[in-house]
Design a protein around this ligand. Sequence first.
Ligand code: LLP
Length: 437
Amino acid sequence: MFERKINEKGRLEIGGADTVELAKKFGTPLYVYDENHIRNMMRVYRETLQNEYDGNGLVLYASKAFSCMGMYAIAKSEGLGADVVSGGELYTALTAGFPPEKIMMHGNNKLKDELTLAVKSNVGWIVVDSLYEADILNNLAQEAGKVQNILLRINPGVEAHTHSFVQTATPDSKFGFSVADGSAKETVKNLLTKTNLCLKGFHCHIGSQIFEKQSFVLAAEKCFSFLADLKELDFEAEVLNLGGGYGIRYTKDDPDLSFSDYADFFKSLIDAVKSACVNRNLKRPYLCIEPGRSIVGEAGITLYTVGAIKEIKGIKKYLAVDGGMFESPRYCLYGSKYEAVLANRANEEATEVVSIAGKCCESGDLIGEGFNLPAAKSGDILAVFSTGAYHYSMASNYNRNLVPPVVLIKDKKAKYLVKPQTYDDLIRNDVLPQSEK
Ligand code: LLP
């Protein structure tokens, strides 16, 4: 979907800004986001919920895809909620002024401190994923003199077609209570006895980077069959969160979905929810979804400067860039594929196939392989597409490299969302042994 606009100088643009100028001004590596794209995707989901389901629900931005104060501010201004999965994400959201009642907290092993912060800050819902957690949470809510709204994470048992590391609803998953083996129902009985917890409903998430509508529809149907089964306990769910996971385009092999395709995607899910309610004679629940990747993934690119070039005759050519697995970890983790262009010569024909190496001291440190590019020279600016999700949020200081800054383009102008790290940031919490007396 990302429109590869090239200006009269033959340079790649993002949001109307010249990427070569951005690289000059802010340096590389640099994460760049197009604010309009982010907001448009948020609106697609929010408006579809409004039009197709009378707005009876909430679109929660899955902030693990890209979390920083500015992102929570954008999500807030678009009327979205936020899904957070750690004390750190929660703290960032709250500090950015995100309304706590629109926050849903996840995690298969939330720490007591994280739960304490969630309860104290009055988050809307906490998604319980173990009885161990339910006990801690019940006590914390009691101490705070309140009743905490919760959902229960269930595993509907759907095998989605995606990388096994990001499948979450197979029988062998660390997440959720299985519907199939009866443990979800047993857990509901248990939770209904907790005096300071109020079970509002259920949450499921089948995985990430999934294109088959059918997988989502199947998961929704399995959830409703479970909800129907709970009538036996005299329990009717008010809230159902069907998670995120909609795929994006990384390469030409992936479907190229437009904004309206995403709207259709969500509409199919809503249609499945509506007919399941009719078929099973259930009240329509307050419906939540949690897209992350599809909101920010294609909105972001990463800019690099090409440095050393190494050609191994008859084997391959490596372009080394000033980034690497510390800021682009997905190739190393999942073998993910990307596309790239030389941003300063974006009109030129691709003439060779190269591997792009990072600067870390590790052979596996690649941005990826099989990139079709014109013959690159040291100093060229390389732009890698669809890096907006799970790049900055998974970045590290491996090899004591600095996490790149993030800029946001709005009305052709760039401003920092995250300022550059400095070497002083790296040693800020270091302690020399001899100074510890
Ligand atoms: N809700 C829950 C409970 C999740 O676990 C996730 C993603 C989402 C929502 C958002 O899914 P999305 O719409 O972004 O696909 N690091 C991996 C992705 C891990 C996804 C984790 N959970 C990657 O880079 O591909």
